[in-house]
Structure formats: structure tokens, C-alpha cells
Design a protein around this ligand. Structure first.
Ligand SMILES: [Zn+2]
Length: 359
């Protein structure tokens, strides 16, 4: 423990600056400048940490068009790095996670009927949840038509083409459960997204998210700027870096109360990864990546291989009647995680399960 604590960095500090845009969570106009980033070849921006709420954000933020372009380029770049075999494994992993998450809800006597997933990716997480709650009705929201098509075709989910910031009055009070896994670090206006999640949930509805712990996620940019006085590359499009306490306070101010809130994945923390100057961790800024090149020239190389749901889930079904395995897995889900309070700013990922009480 002592060795771990030694690796925990001092709080992120930078020069206090006037922000170009106000904080999207608390409207504060000033903050600590903690990095300078290039988002592909699309935009140069700063990362500023809010003085009041601790949220670290791009300042100025990306526009919707810039986000869409960079995300698509990243999707192509990442797909080219992942073999079809690994892609298939990832689908099954997401299904298993959805199943285990569903089991954890069941243990809490939470039985969702109407589910909304924001940014569903392959849809296999919600498919896993639906395995536990076969009568549940799943709707997915995404800005990308391809993603929606895959979700409709593979899982027969209802689809909504939208960004989560856009308020849709027809969705008001409609859902028992809203899922946002690895989404909120990407959204342009986190304040609007949380308000919409609240509006779309029924009273006592559940909000589940995972998101990187901002304090670990931002460290590379922080060190590149502070130790090397250089810009870093923002290929992965994380535009929000959450502070555990700030995020909790914000959710509580918006009438969410926590059922589960912790950080997990401590491997990176234990190794102190990202918390020392290591040039290997820094993106090669000199090779600024050309987004149009990926979109125009590389897209055709991306494997269009269709994964048949039966093949993906085949391994799962072999085991599904083995009760012992199921119980073991669902125990493992929680027991394997050494979890910490997000307020400690340690651990790679934040897990949240919240209930909203509408007044
Ligand atoms: Zn703020």
C-alpha cells in the first residue's frame, strides 16, 4: 500500500487562466491550464481544469462536426489495429459484461422494462442485459447511422438517431434504465446530457455509466505539457476528464443518489503508468495524424466481416445451463474488483450506478 501511495501524484496544478468557454458543469469562467492538445489535424485546444468542480475539459470544446470526423477516423484507425478474431472476442466480452450487470441489478431487485443505451457500439452489452430481462424493451441512441443499422439488424433494438445533448420531449419519463458506457468522456456538453438523462428516466429510474478516471486519463497530457513543454495528441477523443468528487457532487445536485460508485482497474495505478515522464506514453506529435487520409483512403480496408450472433454467443450458450459457472461469474464480477472511492483520484475507470428521485 505504501508503494502504491508513493505513486499517487500530487494534485494537478497549472497556471490559472481565463477560459474561452465556461465550464459545462458549473459555468465557472476560470481554471488551471494543464495541457495543450492537437485533436488529429482537426483542432488545437487546451485542457483546463475547473477551479470549482474539478472537471477537466477541452477549452475551446470541439464542435459536433469535429467530433464526428475525429471519432470516425479513430474508429477506422482502431479497427485496422484489431484482428477479426479479437473483434469477435470483444463482442462476447461485452455480452458477458451486460449479463453480469443485469444479474447485479436483479440482486438489487431492480427489474427494468424500458432500457435506453447511449452510444451502444456493437449492442452486445444491452443484449447481455436483455438475456437477464427477456421482457425488457431496448432502445439505442447514436449519431452514427451504421451503428444504428447494426443494432437494429443484429438485436432488433429500437433506434434513435441523435446526439445525447439534443433534448427530445417525446422521451420524457420513458425509461427505467439508461446506460452510458464509455460515453460521457466524449460528449460536448456534459451538463445537458445529465439533464436529459434525468428527464428521460422515470422517477426512481436508474442511470449506469462507466468512464475513465480523469486524474489518470489526463496525466499523459499533463506531463507532456508541464515537464516537456510540448503539445500532446488527442487521438481518442476524450474531451472530458472527470474528477470523482466533482462528478458525484454534480449528480447529487441533479437529484441522483448513488447505489454504487467506485473506481476499479488498479493495474495501471499499481504500475504507476502514466505518472512518470515516459516518452513512450506520449503520442508522436510530429506525426500529426491526418483524419481525411483515414476516412478517404483507409476506410475500405476496414474489415466488413459480419459477425453472426449465433457464432459470437456459441461459447456462451455451451455454458449457460451450468448454474455454478453462472454464479461464479456473477460473484467474480464484484469480487475481483478491488474498488476504491473515486474521490481518491486513483484507479483507471469509474463505475457509477445511480437512482434519480424526481421532485
Ligand atoms: Zn466546473
Amino acid at each position: 500500500m505504501n508503494r502504491l501511495l508513493k505513486k499517487i501524484p500530487t494534485p494537478l496544478k497549472g497556471k490559472i487562466v481565463e477560459r474561452k468557454e465556461a465550464c459545462r458543469m458549473c459555468d465557472s469562467k476560470s481554471g488551471d491550464k494543464i495541457g495543450e492538445v492537437d485533436f488529429w489535424d482537426i483542432k488545437n485546444s487546451d485542457i483546463v481544469k475547473c477551479e470549482k468542480c474539478g472537471l477537466m475539459q477541452l477549452d475551446p470544446m470541439l464542435t459536433q462536426e469535429e467530433t464526428a470526423k475525429g471519432c470516425f477516423a479513430y474508429y477506422i484507425e482502431e479497427s485496422l489495429r484489431t484482428s477479426p478474431k479479437d473483434q469477435g472476442k470483444n463482442l462476447l466480452r461485452n455480452f458477458r459484461r451486460g449479463f453480469l450487470f443485469g444479474m447485479s441489478l436483479k440482486r438489487k431487485k431492480i427489474i427494468p422494462q424500458q432500457i435506453l443505451e447511449l452510444g451502444p457500439g456493437s449492442g452486445y452489452f444491452s443484449e447481455g442485459v436483455k438475456f437477464v430481462f427477456p421482457n425488457a424493451n431496448v432502445t439505442v441512441m447514436d449519431v452514427n447511422k451504421e451503428v444504428l443499422l447494426i443494432n437494429k439488424r443484429t438485436h432488433q433494438f429500437n433506434t434513435i438517431e441523435s446526439i445525447p445533448e439534443t433534448y427530445d420531449p417525446e422521451l420524457e419519463n420513458k425509461f427505467d434504465l439508461i446506460i452510458a458506457r464509455d460515453i460521457i468522456e466524449h460528449v460536448i456538453d456534459i451538463g445537458k446530457v445529465i439533464k436529459n438523462v434525468k428527464a428521460y428516466l422515470k422517477n426512481q429510474g436508474i442511470f449506469h455509466f462507466i468512464t475513465p478516471n480523469g486524474h489518470e486519463d489526463v496525466w499523459k497530457h499533463y506531463l507532456t505539457y508541464n515537464e516537456l513543454n510540448k503539445k500532446s495528441e488527442l487521438l481518442i477523443n476524450h474531451v472530458n476528464y472527470f474528477d470523482g468528487k466533482g462528478l458525484l457532487d454534480y449528480l447529487e445536485r441533479n437529484d441522483f443518489s448513488s447505489l454504487e460508485y467506485y473506481t476499479y482497474k488498479l493495474k495501471t495505478t499499481r504500475r504507476g503508468r502514466g505518472w512518470k515522464v515516459d516518452t513512450k506514453l506520449m503520442a508522436p506529435v510530429s506525426q500529426q495524424k491526418n483524419s481525411s487520409f483515414y476516412i478517404e483512403k483507409e476506410f475500405e480496408k476496414v474489415s466488413q466481416e459480419n459477425f453472426d450472433k449465433k457464432d459470437v454467443l456459441n461459447k456462451w450458450y455451451i455454458h449457460k445451463n451450468r448454474k455454478l459457472a453462472t454464479y461464479f461469474l456473477s460473484w467474480y464480477h464484484h469480487a475481483n474488483l478491488i474498488t476504491l472511492a473515486p474521490e481518491l483520484n486513483v484507479g483507471h475507470e469509474i463505475y457509477g450506478l445511480f437512482r434519480v428521485t424526481k421532485k
